[in-house]
Design a protein around this ligand. Structure first.
Ligand code: GN1
Ligand code: MG
Length: 387
């Protein structure tokens, strides 16, 4: 499924293969669980099974309980969302221009939707979307357009699922003012103040936040005024959660459904764009290489809007630009807050990882701000083209 999802012999986790892989209802005997993917929250494995005549594979994940406090609710949502989408896809199959896919839960052998191990950790198995690949960065305009098509298609399929029908898996997710309040609380601690005063990059990033505090309420205020409507959205549609079919070259699936729930489609558009159009990637080493690509923005939006034409209102379109800026800023703020709190939320590879990530997102904000007029114009032009 992922480009980096080929199992490597040396990485096989023998203990998990023995203790976890066999708990799920897969044909054959488990022969290996291999760490794959690049998620910042859950741990993901490719699990391989063999019979005497075939091999099957699935994805197994350990749910991060520090982030998702109620894993059973998460799995209930997963089932609800995937059943809804599969039902719609079956109904539309004859008129669709491709085979759309979405992973399905594979039950545990005891019939539950998950397996809980002796340490109380929650494990789930899902089907592998095979012959498809996800990239950490956009490969060009065709890829970006397909990614936009996939997000628009997902939103379209979600529009008849009432917002209240899914439980909240992460309270406050994408509530930007809440992240600002959490940042303020963290900043008030002695440990955080020490991190700021001892380091000029940290101090610069904190200044960046001070200059843009008002940004945090833009989408929330539009929702409160009734301009933007709460619907079901994905929550995490970054480019590496969108799968491209290796055979047809078309977008085929969106994965990572843990944050699907009620919210604004603008959150998704903003999150997808901040990840698709950042040509240097989330982990850019050189801040000078961070740029927001207008070409990729145009391509993504040209893929998204025709799929979303039936439900996007004029006000929805008016806030698409703002959503890019707000969600980019929000992610930078979340990384910075986590750095100041001692790296307790996102997985990190070194002590300054969250700080570096925050610097990249804030630089991207500056590039988006510098190109506001062009971005607004190209979104409007895509809208007109779609009618
Ligand atoms: C986290 O785990 P992953 O990589 O799918 C995060 C997203 C961020 C993303 C940044 C539940 O997603 O909100 O945009 O990192 N997910 C959660 O890479 O916080
Ligand atoms: Mg995710």
């Amino acid at each position: 499924m992922f480009r980096n999802m080929q199992p490597m012999n040396g990485q096989r986790d023998a203990q998990l293969t023995e203790q976890v892989a066999g708990r799920f209802d897969m044909a054959g005997a488990p022969v290996g669980m291999f760490p794959v993917g690049s998620g910042n929250i859950n741990d993901t494995y490719l699990s391989v099974y063999r019979t005497s005549y075939s091999e099957t594979r699935c994805i197994i994940q350990r749910v991060n309980k520090r982030v998702f406090k109620d894993p059973e609710v998460l799995l209930k949502n997963f089932r609800r969302v995937t059943e809804h989408v599969h039902h719609r896809l079956e109904k539309e199959r004859d008129t669709a221009d491709r085979i759309w896919q979405l992973p399905r839960l594979i039950p545990a052998k005891n019939g539950a939707d998950f397996h809980v191990d002796d340490a109380g950790e929650y494990w789930r198995a899902i089907t592998l979307i095979d012959s498809a690949v996800a990239y950490n960065q956009a490969q060009g305009p065709d890829h970006a357009r397909e990614a936009g098509t996939v997000l628009g298609q997902f939103h379209r399929l979600m529009m008849d699922l009432p917002p209240g029908s899914l439980a909240v898996t992460l309270p406050g997710f994408h509530h930007t003012p809440g992240y600002l309040a959490a940042y303020d609380r963290t900043l008030a601690t002695a440990a955080a103040r020490e991190r700021v005063s001892g380091d000029s990059l940290t101090a610069d990033l904190c200044r960046f936040v001070e200059e843009r505090r008002d940004l945090c309420s833009v989408l929330d205020a539009a929702r409160a005024r009734g301009e933007l409507k709460v619907r079901i959205m994905h929550g995490d549609p970054k480019i590496n959660n969108i799968l491209m079919d290796n055979i047809t070259g078309l977008g085929t699936s969106i994965i990572d459904l843990d944050t699907v729930g009620s919210g604004l489609v603008q959150w998704d558009y903003g999150d997808a764009l901040r990840s698709t159009c950042n040509i240097a990637g989330e982990d850019a080493r050189e801040l000078g290489t961070v740029e927001f690509s207008l070409e990729l923005c145009q391509a993504f939006t040209a893929g998204y809007i025709p799929q979303a034409a039936d439900f996007l209102t004029g006000a929805d379109r008016d806030y698409l630009y703002d959503s890019i800026l707000v969600i980019t800023f929000e992610l930078g703020l979340r990384f910075l807050q986590d750095h100041l709190a001692g790296n307790v939320y996102f997985k990190t590879r070194h002590d300054r990882h969250n700080l570096d990530r925050a610097a990249v997102q804030f630089r991207l904000c500056e590039r988006v701000e510098a190109r506001e007029k062009e971005i607004r114009n190209l979104i409007a032009a895509c809208g007109e083209e779609a009618g």
